[in-house]
Design a binder for this molecule. Structure first.
Ligand SMILES: *[C@@H]1O[C@H](CO)[C@@H](O)[C@H](O)[C@H]1NC(C)=O
Ligand SMILES: *[C@@H]1O[C@H](CO)[C@@H](O)[C@H](O)[C@H]1NC(C)=O
Ligand SMILES: *[C@@H]1O[C@H](CO)[C@@H](O)[C@H](O)[C@H]1NC(C)=O
Ligand SMILES: *[C@@H]1O[C@H](CO)[C@@H](O)[C@H](O)[C@H]1NC(C)=O
Length: 630
């Protein structure tokens, strides 16, 4: 089965390592096995990288693979990167080059117009939630999505608003209307934007089919943006000593390794002082502040765990230390995400009732082989609603909670170097758990709405971009999701009263000719929150829909007792103690005290306390008796 020399060599290496039969080539889009002829065609067209997945034979007793394959034993390639998402509702497809039209066949109202009408610009701090919540949101979403679509219009394809961009089918730039509340006073009439990368744009599928977004992450929550999405890129991150990831120490701080030549990545670093740029391998690692911070923390956290495991189990080798630390790091991230982070927006009782959260501390097994490990198009998309509660300003504090200074978050995009100078990461870390996030209030921070991407773009309205992408991907209208989620049949604007306050329905009437034209994102911007939660009801529904799938489809889900290398019950009970406060105590810069519930503002009942008072995960539960007898 030798298709070319490189492949032959790789096969030999893999065969030597694993001692198993050679791997199989899959079509990334369809999930079918490729014939040698079809594979040759991909080589000829140089489409192997995006359109094919090389997968070793599945072994049901093997742990979680770095590349995500074999998560579902019946469909080995589903679960790998570059595989299609799930669709909650069929997409509306009006031709590959065209966005969704209104039900009368007309253009929908301009995205920027919809945004400025429905979301006011302004800042109102939330009374309960900390900034850390949005940082962790964006980091966890990067685990299952990609940052490359944003990099694309910031760095690679930057001409969308120029003469040449007008006819580029990959451009979907945003038109600014003449009566724009901000730009009526300027001559700006265009915001750069490119289409999301799809299987079609990468030559993997026919444009006869609706555009299918292509993402680099694996669809399971497995910290693939830390550990890599392929075995070869994962190996480049390791020291092969004591289970550690490569690291650097500078000014007494531990960092992921830094790229020396980072042309095209950390372009906003201000030399000569700001030189750091993570060499971690995913675009998100140097992307925006939230992903950059958590990259540093989760990277350090791996080494923190591995080092402790090595002390507890001196007879363990590098491989066992590495994979056990990875497993624990992933499980702790998911424990914090599901049980600590998500309930704040979605409501703990609600999530319990829906089966997202386990009612008991013990094992739970809801694995269902018929549910595929996929992320829904709608989930990735609805997460963008979170932009409306993203603060534009990061306030910076010292360890005693004294305010030092602020910085604009947009200015830190593609600027990892800023974190490593002037103790900035210390002050930003303190601010993350002291500063409130933006309120859930139909308003968007002015920076997110006008200059969201910092210096690479003079202007950008992140929220209008969200809406514009919504249309290109053919996401079904808002009312279809109300029907799917709540069984409501909405035929007139008045029927919306169940979901939306009357004054906001007035605004929708001004924008859309027909109630069935309303975009999903527009609906989420104005609808009322779910009861006992804070998020818009449809956002809630589509998030729950995904989280239920995540737990049911992941054969390696950490709460299962019968997965390969499952945690013992004592180990699982330790994982349950993971908290964001403990994470920051362990790996946050100069964090020696913090409130126990770090996503909530410190105050009565949640006072800032010494880290010694914050419960830890006791890794002694992983003690291996064999080490003692040696
Ligand atoms: C082949 O595809 C890869 C991945 O998309 C790309 O980086 C490379 O530039 C392409 N090579 C040629 C010769 O087009
Ligand atoms: C989309 O537009 C481009 C450029 O105008 C054209 O080459 C391509 O054939 C179009 N695709 C479809 C499916 O119409
Ligand atoms: C953000 O960047 C802009 C453009 O470079 C600059 O004018 C502004 O002073 C910066 N603001 C802060 C708070 O760093
Ligand atoms: C669009 O991108 C180009 C190239 O990066 C940039 O010069 C221009 O300022 C951008 N336009 C806006 C409105 O930000």
């Amino acid at each position: 089965m030798a298709f070319n020399c490189k492949y032959k060599l790789l096969t030999i290496i893999l065969t030597v390592i694993s001692g198993t039969s050679p791997s199989t080539m899959y079509d990334a889009y369809s999930g079918n096995v490729l014939t040698p002829e079809q594979y040759k065609g991909h080589i000829k067209r140089n489409t192997t990288f995006w359109c094919t997945n090389e997968i070793e034979p599945c072994n049901p007793h093997e742990g979680r693979r770095v590349d995500g394959s074999c998560n579902n034993l019946q469909h080995p390639s589903v679960g790998a990167s570059h595989t299609p998402g799930y669709h909650v509702l069929p997409v509306v497809f009006d031709g590959y080059n065209d966005s969704r039209k209104s039900c009368r066949g007309k253009e929908l109202p301009l995205s920027r117009k919809v945004r400025t009408t429905l979301l006011l610009e302004g800042r109102l701090p939330d009374q309960q939630i900390t900034h850390l919540l949005t940082y962790f949101s964006v980091f966890m979403s990067a685990d299952v999505l990609s940052f490359h679509d944003t990099i694309n219009y910031m760095i690679w394809n930057t001409h969308c608003c120029d003469e040449g961009g007008r006819d580029d089918p990959e451009c979907i730039s945003i038109k600014i209307p003449d009566d724009d509340p901000v730009h009526r006073f300027s001559s700006e009439r265009c915001l750069n934007l490119t289409k999301p990368f799809t299987f079609q744009s990468n030559g993997c599928a026919s444009t006869k089919y609706s555009p299918e977004r292509i993402v680099t992450s694996t669809p399971a929550f497995d910290l693939s943006h830390i550990y890599g999405n392929k075995l070869d890129n994962s190996l480049t991150k390791r020291t092969f000593k004591n289970g550690l990831l490569k690291y650097e120490i500078a000014d007494g701080r531990i960092w992921p390794p830094s790229l020396e030549h980072y042309q095209g990545i950390c372009i906003a670093n201000e030399p000569p002082h700001e030189t750091r740029c993570h060499d971690v391998g995913d675009d998100s690692n140097n992307g925006i502040l939230g992903t950059n911070l958590f990259t540093v923390w989760m990277w350090r956290h791996h080494n923190h765990i591995a080092t402790e495991l090595a002390t507890i189990n001196p007879c363990w080798g590098d491989e066992q230390l590495f994979y056990t630390a990875r497993e624990i790091n992933i499980a702790m991230a998911m424990q914090m995400f599901l049980y600590e982070h998500q309930p704040i927006l979605l409501g703990e009782e609600n999530l319990m009732k829906e089966g997202v959260l386990s009612p008991s501390h013990g094992y739970r097994d809801v694995y269902n082989e018929d549910v595929l490990p996929q992320v829904s198009l709608e989930y990735g998309f609805s997460l963008r609603w979170t932009h409306t509660i993203q603060e534009g300003i990061a306030k910076m504090y010292d360890t005693n909670g004294n305010y030092i200074k602020y910085t604009r978050i947009a200015n830190l995009t593609l600027r990892t170097g800023y974190l490593a100078v002037d103790d900035n990461i210390d002050y930003i870390t303190q601010g993350a758990f002291r500063q409130p996030t933006g309120n859930v209030d139909h308003a968007v921070d002015p920076d997110i709405a006008e200059t969201g991407l910092g210096i690479t773009q003079r202007l950008s309205d992140i929220t209008a971009s969200d809406l514009q992408k919504n249309r290109f991907l053919g996401i079904a209208p808002y009312v279809d999701y109300r029907r799917y989620c709540f069984g409501e049949v909405i035929r007139t604007f008045d029927d919306l009263l169940r979901a939306i306050d009357p004054e906001r329905i007035e605004l929708l009437k001004e924008l859309y000719d027909d109630v069935t034209d309303i975009d999903l994102m527009a609906g989420m911007w104005v609808e009322r929150p779910i009861s006992r939660g804070r998020a818009p009801a449809t956002f809630y529904c589509l998030t729950v829909e995904q989280l239920v799938r995540t737990v049911a489809s992941d054969r390696h889900w950490y709460e299962r007792h019968n997965r390969p290398n499952a945690f013992t019950i004592n180990q699982l009970l330790e994982i349950r103690k993971a908290s964001m406060a403990r994470l920051l105590c362990d790996v946050g810069d100069k964090v020696t005290s913090i409130q126990p519930r770090a996503f909530l503002i410190p105050g009565p009942g949640n006072e800032i306390a010494s880290c010694e008072k914050i419960p830890s995960v006791n890794l002694n539960a992983w003690r291996d008796k064999r080490c003692r007898s040696q």
